[in-house]
Design a binder for this molecule. Structure first.
Ligand code: AMP
Length: 219
């Protein structure tokens, strides 16, 4: 099954994509993760993307389209994939259509996670991850059980994304409303679209997602 998770930064796309990927074996394709890996590795693409990402802007369409086109050709994507953070513009949505058509692949579902802007700033500013195993936490909604110790691996090292600060969030939300939200009617009009409440608890959102996929598989 090939899916798109749409929604503003902090809506829970990454968390839910990871959960669906664990549950069903679909591959999570996050352009944000791919770009962060390129920045970390200091590749030419990473050097180009770094300043844009830190300012909360969008990396040029051709860069992210190229990343996805290359990634969906990998054999593991045959099991199905979840696009998390892509497409983010009309040009990316159109390029994705062409890419899928050329490979005789179809989009089974587009899921929007709806969240209020006011809640997003708090959510994003509170995010942190274990530097060792990558487990995700939040100061407000999901702190570690023992302060300063990762629940999953016991590590005491944590990291925060450079763009997860209040100033950058404003720019990221602006980019979402101006450039990404306009693609929602495009997918809504084509059907196989569902809009879910991303304000609910993560487990509740996951259950709603799984239900919407089950409904589809059963007919
Ligand atoms: P994310 O992890 O999805 O929040 O993405 C982090 C940052 O990476 C965004 O704020 C953008 O600067 C960049 N980015 C990720 N995906 C895309 C995309 N599809 N198009 C343009 N820029 C992107």
């Amino acid at each position: 099954m090939n899916l798109i998770l749409l929604g503003p930064p902090g809506a829970g796309k990454g968390t839910q994509a990871e959960r669906l990927s664990r549950r069903f074996g679909f591959v999570q394709l996050s352009t944000g993760d791919m770009l962060r890996a390129a920045v970390k590795a200091g590749t030419p693409l990473g050097l180009k993307a770094k300043a844009i990402m830190e300012a909360g802007g969008l990396v040029p369409d051709e860069v992210v389209i190229g990343l996805i086109a290359e990634r969906i050709d990998q054999p593991d994507c045959k099991k199905g994939f979840i696009l998390d953070g892509f497409p983010r513009t009309t040009a990316q949505a159109e390029a994705l259509d062409k890419m899928l058509e050329g490979r005789k692949l179809r989009l089974d579902k587009v899921i929007e996670l709806k969240v209020d802007d006011a809640a997003l700033t708090e959510r994003i500013a509170g995010r942190f991850t274990c530097a060792k195993c990558g487990a995700g936490y939040n100061d407000l909604s999901k702190p570690t059980k023992v302060p300063g110790v990762c629940d999953a691996c016991g590590s005491k090292e944590f990291s925060r994304r450079k763009d997860d600060n209040r100033e950058t969030v404003v720019a990221r939300l602006k980019a979402y409303h101006e450039q990404t939200a306009p693609i929602i009617p495009y997918y809504r009009a084509r059907g196989r679209f569902v809009s879910l409440d991303g304000m609910a608890d993560m487990d509740v959102v996951e259950a709603a997602l799984v239900k919407s996929l089950a409904v589809m598989t059963n007919g």
